[in-house]
Design a protein around this ligand. Structure first.
Ligand SMILES: C[S@@+](CC[C@H](N)C(=O)[O-])C[C@H]1O[C@@H](n2cnc3c(N)ncnc32)[C@H](O)[C@@H]1O
Length: 386
């Protein structure tokens, strides 16, 4: 057993904890944007394949003290790199560095890479290739003050990309943020999931993948773990096979994605196609108020309207937020309504009491997921004209 650090974006840890535990691992430490577990190298295959909310899965190798870049080089050179990497490997080094002797934070990457390559050259007579692309082996350095830690990054390309979004539309949500938002709604996957203003379809596609039990990594054929000596192709094939057999073929609920812009629906449909979930989502070009709302199995209705920071203007959006409040009140009784927005002032125009506000970051913007319980029975009784 070894230490494995799984990183995520700020505010995502609670959802990552939930996912990691549901895969059968015990959390040994929790940080603002990471969790730690104990596991084997082969466990990283499962983690990389299944985690929807993570950024990276880092397999710990060594902690040491380094006062400056020369120290770092010497300590990294001492490590048995020939055990982890073969000389044919393509190598990338990434880092988070906060050391008083380092002005250029890319410099430690170069020192680390030099030490690894020099060590492998000494031991095998061959020099591995290196570069910035996350296509092969990836070493991660965390260096804060004088304390350094070295990890094998088993992910490579960051896990926040779930591999289906070939066609972005305006202001798309990052895939792992969309997954975290859905976890935060506590949607039970046995009730309908309605997503007006779907844009490039991220929320609807993530919901479909969750309901189908389709792991986000199933669309990927390259992870960094494949580029280390310890990689066992047979075990990886078995992990993938098990994941494939666990994918549902049929859904008894509706996932509905609508948008007023035909180009958005075109992009969302193409992305859902790439994700292999297009047959499970009903798409429609329409104003959010025209979104079909099934009256059985009432579940979650979620909108991510523009919020004036990157796109439309605040004033014009007030009417939209007010319209969403009216739509929730009049058409969505029995559902739990959610609005994901980065603008508290606009959210006030919804005109409904938010039962809960959950904080997230969308890039650098602090956003809130506002929850509205849309109770049945408060609808005004239809006028009796008789
Ligand atoms: C911020 S984007 C949603 C991004 C989406 N969550 C994603 O991940 O791609 C807002 C979307 O609302 C749509 N929209 C704006 N006004 C609308 C309206 N009145 N009815 C329906 N959709 C609308 C826009 O076309 C845009 O696609």
């Amino acid at each position: 057993m070894n230490k494995i650090l799984i990183t995520c974006a700020n505010k995502i840890t609670p959802y990552l904890v939930q996912e990691v535990e549901s895969l059968g691992f015990e959390i040994t430490a929790e940080y603002p944007s990471a969790v730690e577990i104990q596991g084997t190298f082969h466990d990283t295959y499962t983690l990389n394949l299944y985690l929807r909310t993570a950024n990276r899965v880092l397999y710990w190798l060594k902690d040491f003290v380094a006062f400056n870049a020369e120290d770092l080089y010497a300590k990294v050179l001492e490590m048995p790199w020939e055990k982890y990497l073969n000389p044919e490997s393509y190598l990338t080094v990434d880092s988070i560095v906060d050391n008083p002797t380092i002005a250029n934070t890319l410099y430690p990457n170069v020192k680390c890479k030099d030490a690894i390559v020099d060590r492998i050259m000494q031991k095998t007579g061959k020099r591995p290739n290196s570069g910035p692309e996350p296509k092969g082996a990836m070493i991660f350095l965390y260096w804060k003050n004088n304390d350094a830690s070295i990890y094998l990054d088993t992910s490579g390309e960051v896990l926040s990309k779930h591999g289906y979004r070939r066609q972005p539309f305006q202001a798309p949500l990052q895939e792992n943020l969309a997954a975290s938002i859905i976890y935060a709604t506590q949607w039970d996957k046995n009730t309908h999931f309605i997503n007006p203003m779907t844009g490039s379809g991220t929320l609807a596609i993530e919901a479909a993948m969750m309901a189908l039990n389709k792991p986000p990594g199933i669309l990927r054929n390259n992870f960094a773990f494949m580029h280390y000596n310890e990689f066992d192709k047979k075990i990886w094939s078995a992990v993938r096979r098990k994941a494939n057999t666990g994918i549902e073929k049929k859904l008894d609920i509706q996932i509905i994605a609508t948008d007023i812009n035909p180009k958005a629906i075109q992009a969302a449909q193409a992305n859902a196609e790439t994700a292999g979930v297009s047959q499970y989502i009903q798409f429609k070009v329409c104003d959010f108020r025209e979104t079909p709302i099934p009256q059985d199995k009432k579940g979650v209705i979620i909108l991510n309207p523009e919020y004036g920071m990157r796109l439309g203007k605040e004033d014009e959006l007030k009417a939209i937020y007010q319209g969403i409040g009216d739509f929730f009140k009049q058409e969505c009784k029995g559902y739990t309504g959610y609005i994901f927005t980065g603008n508290d002032l606009l959210a006030k125009h919804v005109g409904l009491h938010a039962n809960k506000k959950i904080s997230f970051y969308n890039a650098k913007i602090e956003c809130k997921l506002m929850k509205y319980e849309l109770y049945e029975g408060t609808k005004k009784a239809p006028k009796n004209n008789t």
